[in-house]
Design a protein around this ligand. Structure first.
Ligand code: MN3
Length: 197
C-alpha cells in the first residue's frame, strides 16, 4: 500500500487573484507530491506501510530515529488539510455555530482574525498557524516546520501554511499580506464547522 497525492478540492485557478495557479502548480504539484513520494520511499517494507497516515504521524512523533518519516507524513497530512482550509467561497464572516464559537472564544471575529494573523507572522521560519479545539476550547497555535496539532492531541479546525513556498511567488516576503488575504478571502468556515466536535 502506498500513499497518493490527493487532488485539490477546486481547480488550481479557483483562488486567483489571492493564490495563483502557478503557486498551486509548485506547492501542490511539486512540494506536496515530494512529501508523498518521500514518505512512500521511507516506509516501504516497514510495518508502518500498513498503517493509516494519522497513525504513522502519532507513532513517529516522539521517536527521534523516526524524524524523517514523521516530517514527511505530517507534511502530507498538513497540506491536505490546508487545501480544504481554503475555499473559493471563503473569507468574509462566519455564520451559525462557527460564528458563535469564535465570538465565545475570542470576543469578536475581528479579534480572532487579528490574533490568527499575528500568530502566523510570529512563527519564526517555516511552519503553520492553526485554529484548534482542545478540551472544548478554541485556541490559535503555531507549529514549526512539519509539526502538527494531531501529534499533541489537539483537534485541528483550520490552518494556513506560512512556509515561504506557500506565498513567495504571489507575495514575495510579505507574509502578513498573505495571511490577511487568507482571512479576508479564503478561510473556509464550512470546513471549520465540519471539523468541530
Ligand atoms: Mn507548504
Amino acid at each position: 500500500m502506498s500513499f497518493e497525492l490527493p487532488s485539490l478540492p477546486y481547480p488550481k485557478e479557483a483562488l486567483e487573484p489571492h493564490i495563483s495557479a502557478r503557486t498551486f502548480e509548485c506547492h501542490h504539484g511539486k512540494h506536496h507530491q515530494a512529501y508523498v513520494t518521500n514518505l512512500n520511499n521511507l516506509i516501504t517494507g516497514t510495518p508502518l506501510a500498513a498503517e493509516p497516515l494519522e497513525e504513522i504521524i502519532r507513532q513517529t512523533s516522539k521517536d527521534e530515529s523516526m524524524t524523517s518519516i514523521f516530517n514527511n507524513a505530517a507534511q502530507v497530512w498538513n497540506h491536505t488539510f490546508f487545501w480544504s482550509s481554503l475555499s473559493p467561497k471563503g473569507g468574509r464572516e462566519p455564520t451559525g455555530k462557527v460564528e458563535a464559537a469564535i465570538k465565545g472564544a475570542f470576543g469578536s471575529v475581528q479579534t480572532f482574525k487579528d490574533q490568527f494573523k499575528q500568530t502566523g507572522v510570529a512563527q519564526f521560519g517555516s511552519g503553520w498557524v492553526w485554529l484548534v479545539e482542545e478540551a472544548r476550547e478554541f485556541k490559535i497555535v503555531k507549529t514549526a516546520n512539519a509539526q502538527t496539532p494531531l501529534a499533541v492531541g489537539q483537534k485541528a479546525l483550520v490552518t494556513c501554511d506560512v512556509w515561504e513556498h506557500a506565498y513567495y511567488l504571489d507575495y514575495q516576503n510579505r507574509r502578513p499580506d498573505f495571511l490577511q488575504e487568507f482571512l479576508d478571502h479564503l478561510i473556509n468556515w464550512d470546513f471549520i464547522a465540519q471539523n468541530m466536535g
